[in-house]
Design a protein around this ligand. Structure first.
Ligand code: FES
Length: 142
């Protein structure tokens, strides 16, 4: 069986996992640049679970699938790429400064909640994701 046929038999998902095992980064210290901005995002977070606990409080955030999911200071759920639009490190976090912004500790880029750059570190907007709350399930998607 040839490699192509083997991969076809596995199915697209399994083939992808075999061919690109480190696509989301295999760094030990989590500080390697050049990571791809997350695409195809569509996941849910149970706000009653341990994973979702930080999202109970305004200003809290979690990291999942290279997405920063936050509850902003007004109590709304927002989400953005954890991979920075400057040099693609995974250092973007939600911080409570300036009414709640995204901040990348690698070089200090700051972005508002629409992804608009707030300083001169980069002019590239940060990718933003949609959120939808149904009961205690928060969906994050493109
Ligand atoms: S990689 Fe985020 S500020 Fe440079």
């Amino acid at each position: 069986m040839e490699r192509k046929q083997f991969l076809q038999n596995l199915g697209a998902g399994a083939a992808f996992a075999l061919v690109f095992p480190c696509l989301n980064g295999c760094s030990k210290d989590g500080a390697v640049g050049g990571l791809p901005v997350p695409t195809g995002i569509d996941f849910t977070v149970d706000l009653d679970s341990q994973e979702g606990a930080p999202l109970q409080n305004n200003g809290g955030f979690i990291l999942k699938q290279f997405v920063v999911v936050a509850k902003n200071l007004e109590g709304q759920y927002v989400a953005a790429s954890q991979v920075c639009s400057h040099q693609q490190t995974e250092e973007v976090r939600f911080v409570e400064n300036d009414g709640g912004i995204y901040y990348c500790s690698a070089h200090g880029a700051r972005f508002d909640q629409t992804g608009k750059p707030l300083n001169s570190i980069t002019s590239n907007p940060l990718k933003i994701f949609q959120t939808e709350l149904t009961g205690n399930l928060l969906r994050v998607f493109e």
